[in-house]
Design a protein around this ligand. Structure first.
Ligand SMILES: [Zn+2]
Length: 64
């Protein structure tokens, strides 16, 4: 698997009560954490805009 250059991260928006997608540019990629249920990536550890952060994505458990 090659390191992604950007990740379509997802977060819950309380205002609109819906999932919000944000494309996050990846400067450095530091691995991911698998969902314990479906064994698909659930979050990615990256450096973006000079900051280390964890971005969440939808794993295989999500139906929508
Ligand atoms: Zn899952």
């Amino acid at each position: 698997m090659t390191n992604p250059t950007e990740i379509n991260s997802v977060s819950w928006d309380e205002k609109t009560k819906s999932w919000k997608y944000t494309i996050v540019k990846v400067e450095e990629y530091h691995g991911f954490v698998n969902c314990q249920y479906c064994q698909k990536p659930l979050s990615h550890n990256i450096k973006s805009d000079g900051e280390f952060k964890v971005v969440y994505v939808k794993c295989g458990c999500s139906r929508t």
